[in-house]
Write a protein that binds this ligand. Structure first.
Ligand code: NAP
Length: 672
């Protein structure tokens, strides 16, 4: 096969490098599969192109529009994913490995498009938290909001996930309304380039939303500003170098790093050899060692085991590893493919030699070249470190391949302290059925790990396992792991936005965020709001109901009808002794039901369904003889389908004195 010449995608055009081509070789047989270079690119112009075209176009879209883009891109990638699977063999990945990368990446887009439509408003400004009361009379209030950064997101990715690595960063970036410049690791950039082509050929992205650099980033960093973000995944060494770039420092450019990580997995002190967690642990350590030939940022590098079980775990692990011989990834029977390159294999061998100063190799020969001489194949290597407190390398050195070290511990406190010696990791898994130990681990070790996965007999069938970062959950970790945070659902979107504190009169705040803010001037309803269709309901349109007295008879009737005869509603003496009530009070649910009775317009109309309440609070008790009145105000609206939209109503129930007795958001689905 002739090598392909990769192209950069810059300023809306595919451009091959003008010289200095680097050869990219197949992990399986060493053949040159691609040539790559970014020589000749105008990196400053690429940033300008992103800022002048991609940014404004994406920012003009709402979160829901951007979510639709992700959906369309996911569909385009799914339709052509076999092209990616085919290329992926050259990276040394088996089909199962590629599934994590390719389908895992597309899945991340799918999750983000769903979250974007469900959890974000159909808006361009995102509100963070509740209104903050800053003044006695409510004329000056506070609100936190996020707006899109106005620069570019520069994504620098590691070689091990050429597709997922790109898509997990692009999903929150696009949702945030920020254009991206992607720079994949050279070794596997042919796969990233193919995925970028598929996305661009889907023809849904605005001009300038996505650019690609296949090769060096040249002088790109010299032109970054405070509106750009660098999201980096790779080695600690490169992260340190890039982070200390003078422009990053001077301009306070956001720099998110995901780097080396000495992830641990703990077999709990409660586990015996015949407990289900024993086998689950052994299986997971073996799986994490061999999936993607151990080239996973989350792979288990230290397997922490009760000292008394060390031999038993070692034997069981070796029995599994013996069955995982490396082989050609195209062969369906192969359970472990190759490392990405010969130089990566040299690196792994060097790191194993360092580890072997503290530990002994109990399985595998790191020097052997199984399968063939030209490919980057290596055997899984299991080490055992009997004196972990005297060891250094085991807690400091990451061999980025199918390598793990067994580490014994004495007791719960000892294993927590040993886990923390990794100085910060992306993930730690704990195989235990003991909930007290689980809590001790979180209290003692949570601060050192970005993610803690508890796996036991009850969760295993549905568990996503130790190694999979889920788009819903944060990915990143403190210290050695880089101190960065990605994903985590909508949290990840905000990494590409600026949070600002807004202070002002509710009228101004409401107009800015396009949402009802308490204290703003309202439009008194001239027509019942339930008679109005979605599009005819302005924010701040308010119905004030008549008032209704609540009698003792009402309370007793409600109690017997619903079966809720709680003493506070039924027994005057007992209720009088209650320090909060000092006598019988109406049920909270009676107030809700009566409130609905006051504000509902009964005839068929545009309100199709009431589907819930949010943020309900019963603020003050209502005693027999008191009266309630309701203010129902249009708070927020989200079109869900062309002919239907969700209306969020602010509901405030007051008593005779005008004091709030209950407050909540009511959600209805309305015809548009
Ligand atoms: P790397 O050598 O640090 O490279 C990472 C990325 O940085 C590549 O795209 C690389 O491009 C780029 N790069 C290198 N020098 C640069 C420079 N001076 N300016 C701009 N970009 C530069 O790491 P790797 O070998 O690809 O990946 C292996 C390492 O990544 C392992 O240590 C592993 O622990 C870590 N990793 C961490 C995570 C995580 O999520 N925490 C995930 C995967 C991997 P070139 O390839 O073109 O040099």
């Amino acid at each position: 096969m002739n090598p392909i010449t990769l192209q950069n995608y810059a300023e809306g055009k595919w451009i091959a490098g003008s010289g200095g081509m680097a050869e990219l070789r197949s992990a399986i047989n060493g053949d040159v599969v691609a040539l790559t270079s970014s020589q000749g690119l105008d990196f400053s112009a690429m940033l300008n192109f992103a800022c002048n075209h991609g940014g404004p176009a994406l920012r003009a879209l709402t979160f829901h529009d951007r979510a639709k883009l992700l959906k369309a891109l996911a569909e385009a990638l799914t339709a052509r994913k076999e092209e990616l699977y085919e290329l992926s063999y050259n990276t040394g990945a088996t089909r199962a490995d590629s599934w994590i990368d390719i389908d895992g990446g597309i899945g991340t887009f799918a999750v983000y498009q769903g979250k974007g439509r469900r959890e974000l408003p159909n808006e361009r400004i995102l509100i963070d938290g509740a209104l903050e009361a800053l003044s006695r009379n409510g004329t000056f209030q506070g609100l936190h909001v996020y707006t899109s950064l106005q620069g570019a997101a520069v994504h620098i990715n590691a070689f091990n996930f050429p597709v997922w690595g790109m898509l997990e960063k692009l999903a929150p970036t696009f949702l945030a309304g920020v254009p991206a410049i992607v720079k994949p690791a050279s070794a596997t950039s042919y796969l990233t380039e193919a995925a970028v082509r598929i996305m661009l050929e889907a023809n849904v992205l605005p001009k300038g939303a996505l650019q690609l650099i296949v090769g060096s980033t040249g002088d790109l960093f010299d032109h970054l500003t405070c509106q750009d973000v660098v999201s980096f995944t790779g080695s600690a060494q490169t992260a340190a170098k890039l982070k200390s770039h003078p422009v990053i420092q001077r301009e306070s450019v956001r720099f998110v790093a995901e780097q080396d990580s000495l992830n641990a997995s703990v077999l709990g002190p409660d586990v015996t050899p015949d407990a289900p967690e024993f086998d689950l642990f052994v299986k997971e350590v073996a799986r994490e060692m061999t999936a993607k030939a151990g080239q996973k940022c989350t792979a288990i590098r230290r397997a922490l085991v009760p000292a008394g079980l060390l031999d038993a775990v070692q034997d069981a692990l070796i029995a599994r590893l013996e069955k995982t011989t490396p082989g050609d990834p195209r062969d369906e029977a192969t359970r472990m493919g190759a490392l990405v390159s010969i130089s990566q294999r040299e690196d792994v061998r060097a790191k194993v030699a360092e580890l072997a100063r503290d530990a002994s190799i109990v399985f595998g020969d790191p020097k052997a070249s199984p399968v063939n001489e030209k490919g980057a194949f290596i055997s899984p290597v299991l080490l055992r470190c009997d004196r972990p407190w005297e060891a250094r390398a085991v807690h400091d050195v990451e061999a980025f391949g199918p390598v793990s070290t067994l580490v014994p511990y004495k007791d719960g406190a000892d294993v927590i302290a040993l886990a923390n010696r990794g100085k910060g990791s992306l993930v730690m898994s704990v195989f235990t059925h003991d909930t007290t130990f689980a809590r001790d681990v979180v209290l003692g070790s949570g601060a050192y790990h970005g993610r803690l996965a508890f796996i036991d007999r009850d969760s295993v069938k549905e568990s996503t396992g130790h190694g999979s970062p889920m788009p819903h959950m944060i990915h990143g970790g403190p210290g050695r792991a880089g101190g960065g945070e990605e994903l985590g659902g909508i949290r990840g979107v905000t990494h590409y936005m600026q949070r600002s504190a807004l202070q002002g009169n509710p009228r101004v705040l409401s107009a800015v965020v396009n949402r009802y803010v308490a204290g703003m001037p309202v439009e008194e309803a001239t027509q019942h709001p339930f008679r109005r269709k979605f599009h005819d309901l302005p924010i701040g349109y308010q119905l004030k109901t008549k008032s209704r007295e609540i009698t003792l008879e009402d309370i007793e009737h409600f109690a017997h009808f619903t079966g809720d005869t709680f003493y506070a509603h039924m027994d005057e003496v007992a209720a009088a002794a209650n320090p909060l009530f000092g006598g019988r009070v109406a049920h909270g649910y009676l107030i809700l039901a009566f409130a609905a009775g006051l504000f509902v317009d009964p005839d068929p109309g545009p309100v199709l369904a009431n589907y819930g309440l949010d943020n309900l609070r019963f603020v003050k008790p209502v005693k027999p003889g008191d009266a309630i009145q309701v203010a129902l105000t249009v708070k927020d609206k989200t079109l869900r389908k062309p002919d239907q939209g969700e209306v969020r109503w602010d509901v405030v129930v007051t008593n005779r004195d005008g004091d709030t007795v209950a407050a909540y958001d009511l959600l209805t689905m309305n015809a548009a």
